[in-house]
Design a binder for this molecule. Structure first.
Ligand SMILES: Cc1cc2nc3c(=O)[nH]c(=O)nc-3n(C[C@H](O)[C@H](O)[C@H](O)COP(=O)(O)OP(=O)(O)OC[C@H]3O[C@@H](n4cnc5c(N)ncnc54)[C@H](O)[C@@H]3O)c2cc1C
Length: 149
């Protein structure tokens, strides 16, 4: 197996063709990682969620990391890691354009909202469903691709 580094452009192209990643955040030195669907557009990662632990932590500490991969086999895979900053697209004039763009990009796939906006019962109580659109800046990106020899 051979592993090569992807250029920034190749890494961004890979993100543009991907939908599912793992989003990491941290609070008080504790890491927390969850799967999430996203859409890449012009140097930003757009996603949708509801307020919960992940959003609470990102509001406290906006430094985030997203990992995305495509695995064909043990020897054939691509993995991209983004270091970025969380920006909540709240309902204000300033964020309106980015919020509409997030909706436009994400709604291209059927049931795009469902994983983030589903009644969840934890410890016997339903979690409140407060929709949150957000984006991550791409401050640093790296990509690795493995191919068989
Ligand atoms: C394939 C896939 C795609 C998803 N896409 C999205 C998406 O686009 N947007 C989105 O908001 N959510 C998505 N989810 C759900 C997501 O992983 C979280 O479960 C959800 O966002 C709630 O996170 P939270 O931090 O608000 O949870 P909270 O309800 O605040 O978490 C409370 C506790 O529940 C536990 N927990 C939370 N999520 C999970 C989990 N997935 N697995 C195990 N334990 C968990 C943790 O221990 C956490 O401390 C997706 C899940 C999967 C499997």
């Amino acid at each position: 197996m051979h592993i090569e580094e992807l250029t920034r452009k190749a890494s961004l192209d890979f993100l543009a063709g991907s939908r599912l990643g793992h989003l990491a955040c941290a609070n008080n030195g504790h890491p927390y990682i969850t799967p999430c669907y996203f859409a890449y557009h012009d140097q930003y990662i757009y996603s949708f969620s509801t307020a919960g632990k992940k959003i609470e932590w990102l509001r406290t500490n906006p430094l985030a990391c997203l990992q995305v991969d495509e695995i064909a086999s043990f020897q054939e895979w691509t993995s991209v890691i983004v270091f970025g900053r969380y920006e909540e697209l709240i309902k204000t004039d300033k964020s309106q354009e980015a919020r509409e763009l997030a909706f436009k990009l994400l709604q291209q796939h059927e049931f795009w909202w469902e994983p983030g906006y589903t009644r969840t019962v934890l410890h016997g109580a339903a979690r409140p469903l407060d929709p949150v659109y957000y984006r991550l800046s791409i401050d640093e990106i790296s990509g690795h691709r493995a191919t068989p020899n």
